[in-house]
Write a protein that binds this ligand. Structure first.
Ligand SMILES: NC(=O)c1ccc[n+]([C@@H]2O[C@H](COP(=O)([O-])OP(=O)(O)OC[C@H]3O[C@@H](n4cnc5c(N)ncnc54)[C@H](O)[C@@H]3O)[C@@H](O)[C@H]2O)c1
Length: 158
């Protein structure tokens, strides 16, 4: 462990899944010293992962839907108020449906795009002002592009 994220604050969406990428990422960031906010739509899972994180670092858990920009704005607000800013965003919330092309109902298509694509967009929109705030202190808008962790894994499945 090298504490590479000591003093940093991270927000990881979709981190409730017990064997998911979000939980693993949140735990890895916490082990490296970051304070972490996680979100998911499954309340019990949020609670469980926050307990795990709190054994390692400071953590906040919020039940929030990435499709709802107001909810994500509130998550960012709560994070910056509690931890003093936001340095890292990891967009993991997403879903996939293993349905054959000809059988995909329109509602399922809309759901996958709403969560994976629009949810990633809205969450990023909600977080960027706080991310810019941190990086403007370093007068480095261009370094934001390098430093911003925009892990859009759900997009790989579209
Ligand atoms: N696991 C892989 O190998 C892999 C590879 C490429 C892409 N992906 C994609 O990356 C994403 C994450 O993968 P995973 O394995 O961690 O999936 P996962 O199903 O284990 O976790 C996804 C989490 O997102 C949450 N979520 C779903 N809809 C949400 C919403 N509207 N708002 C907030 N949270 C929501 C779920 O409750 C779940 O906890 C998925 O979209 C997946 O399709 C996964």
């Amino acid at each position: 462990m090298r504490n590479r994220f000591e003093g940093k604050v991270a927000l990881v969406t979709g981190a409730g899944s017990p064997r998911g990428i979000g939980r693993a990422t949140a735990l890895a960031l916490a082990r490296e010293g970051a304070k972490v906010t996680i979100t998911d739509i499954v309340a019990d899972n949020v609670k469980r992962v926050v307990s795990e994180l709190e054994e390692i670092s400071q953590a906040i858990g919020e039940v929030a839907d990435v499709r709802n920009k107001d909810q994500m704005v509130q998550v960012v607000k709560r994070t910056t108020e509690a931890f003093g800013g936001l340095d890292i965003l990891v967009n993991v919330a997403g879903l996939t449906r293993p349905t054959l092309l000809l059988d995909v109902p329109e509602e399922e298509y809309d759901l996958v795009l709403d969560v994976n694509l629009k949810g990633t967009f809205l969450t990023t929109q909600a977080a960027v002002p706080a991310l810019l705030e941190i990086y403007s202190h370093q007068n480095a808008r261009s370094s934001l592009q390098r430093a911003l962790w925009w892990v859009a894994l759900p997009l790989l499945r579209i």
